[in-house]
Design a protein around this ligand. Structure first.
Ligand SMILES: [Cu+2]
Length: 370
């Protein structure tokens, strides 16, 4: 009884741990229907074959005194067991081929996205809009190391999901930077290998807005289990808004960077900005007079940092010093503030080295490793 109940729920429920998901696209629905059709055909064949076998074993067994028939080369039987499977296979192949052709037809798409796998992250590039970004798993290390309680989306969460519109045909162009990966989102019925040097096509048209999760489905190295796929499907108007926002953010970041890198600040300007930044970020520890607190926070006057190599000075502000209270300020301060504070510390409190550090110098330092 229990097994027949679970069989019913297996066939009818939308979400089952035992069966394929129905998904949220017409194709995923077709794949699901196809899968169920074949499944029922298999059940029918199984019941028929084992039924005849059991019937023969029970009612025609030797202990009942039944004598085995003794015939050879029955034309009727041989024709039947050739013709019947032939029609069964044709019956399965026709709908399967139709669905496969549809899955492969990425033509007349509304938008195209290049999906590039690399060890161990996904990169998405919207071809029509010149927007691109990496999508990295965001599950904290502490959960993986069993130090924190694992969330519902453990190993299936990313910092920046792929965003696509609903009700539009989205074409994916899959490729890879290194080894073979496979981009897989079960709810879309899309699973396609991403091969280095090749481009594979796939497509989807999502009916329901929502967040859909998948994984890399090709064993691609030690962190294969740590490159999830997360897709956010937005209604078309919201997608267009999101895209406009991405473009505005990109333009703003480029303009600010270009402005900063093109300018040379004067010594006075750097000292003024530097003093303000110093008071804001540094004086709490190193004190307003740069003398620090003996035994607790080092003095900056007569220090090997402020008197030494400029790059070493930029380094300690940008990257901090591990194991000490000196933080990395790269993400807290702007390029301009870092340049100004380094200039200030090299010219205040009677040091007067005359060194000028410009935002572009800090930029160059930060990017030299790339
Ligand atoms: Cu992979």
């Amino acid at each position: 009884m229990a097994s027949s109940l679970s069989f019913v729920s297996l066939a009818s429920s939308e979400r089952s741990d035992l069966n394929l998901p129905v998904g949220v696209t017409d194709i995923s629905q077709k794949v699901y229907d196809l899968h169920m059709t074949i499944f029922y055909i298999c059940i029918a064949i199984g019941v028929a074959v084992f039924g005849v076998m059991l019937w023969a074993m029970v009612f025609h067994r030797k202990s009942r005194g039944v004598k085995a028939a003794n015939f050879h080369e029955s034309l009727k039987v041989e024709v039947a067991w050739t013709i019947v499977p032939f029609f069964i296979l044709i019956g399965m192949a026709v709908p399967a081929t139709k669905t496969l052709f549809e899955m492969e037809d990425a033509s007349e798409s509304d938008i195209s996205i290049v999906v590039t796998g690399s060890q161990w992250k996904w990169h998405y590039k919207y071809l029509d809009d010149d927007i691109e970004f990496y999508s990295l798993m965001s599950t904290p290390m502490e959960q993986i190391q069993n130090k924190w309680v694992k969330g519902d989306t453990y190993l299936l969460e990313v910092d920046k999901p792929l965003v696509i519109p609903t009700n539009r045909k989205v074409r994916f162009l899959m490729t890879s930077d290194d080894v073979i990966h496979s981009w897989w989102v079960p709810d879309f019925a899309v699973k396609k290998d991403a091969n280095p040097g090749f481009i594979n096509e796939a497509w989807t048209r999502v009916n329901e807005p929502g967040i859909y999760r998948g994984q890399c489905a090709e064993l691609c190295g030690k962190d294969h289990g740590f490159m999830p796929v997360v897709v956010k499907a937005l209604p078309p108007e919201e997608f267009d808004e999101w895209m406009a926002q991405q473009k505005a953010l990109k333009a703003a970041a480029a303009a600010e960077e270009a402005r900063l890198l093109a300018m040379n600040m004067s010594f006075e300007e750097l000292m003024k900005e530097g003093e303000a930044a110093y008071m804001g970020y540094c004086a709490a520890c190193h004190q307003a007079n740069g003398a620090g607190l003996p035994g607790v926070f080092p003095s900056l006057i007569n220090s090997p940092i402020t008197l030494g190599d400029v790059n070493g000075h930029i380094d300690i502000v940008v990257n901090g010093k591990k194991g000490t209270a000196m933080q990395a300020f790269a993400k807290q301060m702007s390029l301009k503030q870092i340049a100004a504070v380094v200039t200030y510390e090299r010219n205040a409190w009677g040091i007067n080295s005359g060194d000028l550090v410009q935002p572009k110098d800090v930029h160059q330092f930060i990017n030299q490793g790339e």
